[in-house]
Design a protein around this ligand. Structure first.
Ligand SMILES: Nc1ncnc2c1ncn2[C@@H]1O[C@H](COP(=O)(O)OP(=O)(O)O)[C@@H](O)[C@H]1O
Ligand SMILES: [Mg+2]
Length: 590
C-alpha cells in the first residue's frame, strides 16, 4: 500500500508528540500530585499548629482543658476540618462531628498511629479509614498543654478532598495536553503538506517527462534543498529535451540517407538478428513485413544471404566481399560488402551493403557476346575473300570462266564487310552518344520518296506492289533527317528482303497524341513468336544463313531501335508467321 509522504510525516510527528505528551503527562501528574499532597500537609500542619495555639490559650493553670467539645466544634467550623481533641491518656474529649453522648462512646485513641507518632516525634501523620465517619482520612496530631502533656489535638481531612483536587489537576493537565496535541497535529499536517507538496509536484513533472512531455516545469518554491531539486529537475528536463531533439534529427538524417540510398543496407546484431533494413533492400527482396529481430533467412528467405551473415559474424574479418546470384524472387547478381562492428574487441554485429550488379554483369556478357559475334561476322566474308583470292592466285586467273564469278563473290563479300563496318560504326556512335543529331521539323513525304528510290530496283525485281498512305493533315515530325531516313531504309529494306515475289508493302502514317505513328506492313514470311522479343538485339536473326545470303548484318533493327529511342519514340512489331509483319514506330511531331 502506498502511503503519501505527508501522511507519513504527520504520523511520525504525531507519534513523537504523543509519546512526548504521555511522558509529560505522567511526569507532570506525578509531580503535581506530590506537590498538592505536600502543600495540603503543610496547610494542615499550619492549621494544626494554630489550633494548638488556640487550645493552649484556653488551658487552665492545672493544665486542664474544659469545654473541649465546644472548642473542637468551633475550630473545625472555622477551619473547615474535623478536629478531635484527645486527653493525654487517649480519651476523646471533643470532636467536631460528634455530640457529647457520641464522644462518651468513642474508644480510646492512644493507639492511633498519628497519636503514637505525635508522642514520639511531636507531630503525627496517618492516612487511613475512619470507622467513626466511614471515610478515608488524612490525620495530623500534635500534643498540647504544658510540656505538651495536656493531650492531643488532631485534624482530619477526607482524602476524597485530595482526590478531588488531584482529579481537577488531572483534568486540567489532560485538557492542556489534548490542546497541545491538537495544535501540533494541525501544525505537523500543515508542515508535512508544505514539505510534500513540491515533492509531489516534482514527481508529476518527472512522470510527464518520462512520457515525453517536457512542457511541464516544476515551480521553484524556495531557496532550499527542495528548490535546488526543482531547479535540477527543470535543467534536466531542458537537457533531455535537447538531447532527444538532437537524436531525433540524427535519426531523420540517417533515415533520409538510408532511404535514398540505391544500395541495400542491412545491419544485424551479434546474434545475426536484423536491426535495420533500408527500403532499397526490402524492395530487392520484396520484404513487406517488418524484418526487425528476425534472422535474415526468415526475413528474406534466402539461404545465401544468411550464409554471408553467418560468415562475417564467425570470421570477424575486416572486410568481406562476395558476389552471390539469387534466384528468388527474380534472378539477380548481388555484390555483398560486409564489415563487422567491433567495439572494444567485442563483436556487436555487422553491416552489409548490397549492390545490385545484375545490369553490370548483363552488360559485360552482352559486350563479350558482341565481340564474339563481331569476330564471327567478320571472319566469314574475310575467309571467303581470302579463299577466292588464293584460288585466283594459284592459277584460277587463267580460267576465264571462273575469274568473273570469283571476283564478283570477292566484291560482294567486301561490300558486306563494308556494310558491317558501317553499321558497327553507326551503332557505336549512337550508343556512345557521339552521333550528332540535328533535330528539325521534317515532312515525311520527301524522306519516304528518297528511300523508295534507293529500293526501286529490288522492288521491281521482286514485283512487289507498294501503297503509301500519308494524310495531308499529318504534321511535320521533329527528327534528324539522315537518321530518320536510316530508320525508313532499314525497315523498308527488311520488308523487301523478307517478302516473297509478288507480295505487297504498305506504309501508313497516322497521328496519335503528340506523336506520329508509322506502320510498315508486308506480306512476307513473318517472324515466329519466340523470336519477336529478340529481333531488336544486335546480330539477332531468325535465320542467320538466309539473312547473310541477303546481305544482312543483323544490326539493322538494333540501329532502328536506338535512333527511334533517341528521338523520344517507340518501336515494336506485330507479326503472323507466313502472313507478314507490321513494324511500327512513333516520332514526336512539331
Ligand atoms: N519484315 C520482316 N519480315 C520478316 N522477318 C524480319 C523482318 N524484318 C526483320 N526480320 C527478322 O529480323 C532479323 C533482324 O533484322 P535486321 O536487324 O534488320 O538484320 P538483317 O536485316 O541484317 O538480317 C532479320 O534477320 C529477320 O530474321
Ligand atoms: Mg535489315
Amino acid at each position: 500500500m502506498k502511503i503519501k509522504l505527508h501522511w507519513k510525516l504527520t504520523l511520525i510527528f504525531c507519534s513523537a508528540v504523543t509519546i512526548g505528551l504521555v511522558i509529560g503527562y505522567f511526569y507532570l501528574v506525578g509531580n503535581l500530585k506530590g506537590y498538592v499532597e505536600h502543600n495540603l500537609e503543610n496547610t494542615l500542619r499550619y492549621q494544626v499548629l494554630s489550633g494548638k495555639d488556640l487550645i493552649e490559650s484556653r488551658i487552665s493553670g492545672q493544665n486542664i482543658l474544659t469545654d473541649a467539645d465546644t472548642l473542637a466544634e468551633k475550630i473545625g467550623k472555622q477551619q473547615e476540618v474535623r478536629v478531635t481533641i484527645i486527653k493525654r491518656d487517649g480519651t476523646v474529649i471533643g470532636d467536631t462531628e460528634l455530640n457529647a453522648e457520641e464522644i462518651a462512646q468513642v474508644e480510646n485513641h492512644l493507639d492511633r498511629p498519628e497519636i503514637q507518632e505525635a508522642i514520639t516525634k511531636g507531630l503525627g501523620i496517618s492516612k487511613r479509614y475512619s470507622y467513626t465517619i466511614k471515610k478515608y482520612l488524612l490525620y495530623m496530631a500534635v500534643p498540647f498543654g504544658m510540656d505538651n502533656s495536656a493531650g492531643f489535638i488532631r485534624y482530619a481531612v477526607p482524602i476524597s478532598y485530595i482526590e478531588m483536587l488531584e482529579g481537577k489537576l488531572d483534568k486540567t493537565i489532560t485538557g492542556a495536553l489534548l490542546l497541545v496535541f491538537l495544535l501540533s497535529l494541525t501544525f505537523t499536517f500543515v508542515i508535512s503538506f508544505v514539505v510534500s507538496r513540491p515533492l509531489a509536484e516534482m514527481a508529476r513533472v518527472a512522470r510527464a517527462m518520462a512520457k515525453g512531455d517536457f512542457s511541464r516545469k516544476p515551480f521553484i518554491y524556495s531557496r532550499d534543498e527542495i528548490g535546488d531539486l526543482a531547479m535540477a529537475l527543470s535543467y534536466m528536463s531542458d537537457e533531455i529535451k535537447g538531447k532527444i531533439e538532437r537524436i531525433k534529427q540524427e535519426g531523420v538524417k540517417l533515415d533520409a540517407v538510408l532511404s535514398s540510398m540505391f544500395e541495400g543496407i542491412m545491419v544485424v546484431d551479434e546474434k545475426g538478428h536484423i536491426l535495420l533494413m533500408n527500403p532499397s533492400l526490402r524492395k530487392l527482396f520484396f520484404v513487406d513485413s517488418s524484418p526487425e529481430n528476425k534472422s535474415p533467412v526468415e526475413a528474406i528467405r534466402n539461404p545465401q544471404i544468411q550464409d554471408a551473415v553467418d560468415k562475417i559474424l564467425k570470421d570477424k574479418r575486416n572486410l568481406f566481399s562476395e558476389e552471390v546470384t539469387v534466384g528468388q524472387p527474380e534472378e539477380k547478381v548481388l555484390k555483398i560488402n560486409a564489415v563487422p562492428i567491433i567495439r572494444n574487441d567485442v563483436l556487436e554485429g555487422a553491416v552489409l551493403v548490397f549492390h545490385d550488379i545484375t545490369e553490370l554483369r548483363k552488360l559485360e556478357r552482352v559486350r563479350q557476346d558482341f565481340v564474339a559475334n563481331v569476330s564471327h561476322e567478320l571472319r566469314t566474308p574475310i575467309s571467303s575473300i581470302k579463299g577466292y583470292s588464293e584460288t585466283l592466285l594459284e592459277g584460277a586467273l587463267e580460267d576465264k570462266d571462273n575469274v568473273r564469278e570469283f571476283i564478283s563473290i570477292i566484291y560482294q563479300d567486301s561490300n558486306r564487310l563494308a556494310n558491317l563496318i558501317d553499321d558497327l560504326l553507326d551503332l557505336s556512335k549512337i550508343e556512345s552518344g557521339k552521333m550528332k543529331m540535328a533535330f528539325a521539323p521534317l515532312d515525311l513525304k520527301p524522306i519516304l520518296k528518297r528511300c523508295f528510290e534507293v529500293l526501286e530496283k529490288s522492288i521491281k525485281d521482286k514485283n512487289l506492289s507498294l501503297s503509301i498512305n500519308i494524310p495531308d493533315s499529318i504534321p511535320k515530325v521533329i527528327a534528324d533527317d539522315k537518321r530518320l531516313a536510316q530508320v525508313f531504309l532499314n525497315l523498308l529494306d527488311n520488308a523487301v528482303k523478307y517478302t516473297g515475289d509478288g507480295g505487297s508493302i504498305k506504309v501508313e502514317v497516322s497521328e496519335s497524341g503528340s506523336l506520329v505513328q508509322i506502320d510498315i506492313t508486308d506480306t512476307g514470311m513473318g517472324i515466329p513468336e519466340k523470336d519477336i522479343s529478340r529481333i531488336f538485339e544486335r546480330f539477332y536473326r531468325v535465320d542467320k544463313a538466309r539473312s547473310r545470303e541477303l546481305g544482312g548484318t543483323g544490326l539493322g533493327l538494333s540501329i532502328v531501335k536506338h535512333i527511334v529511342l533517341s528521338h523520344g519514340g517507340q518501336v515494336w512489331v506485330k507479326s503472323e508467321p507466313g502472313l507478314g509483319s507490321t513494324f511500327s514506330f512513333t516520332i514526336p511531331h512539331a
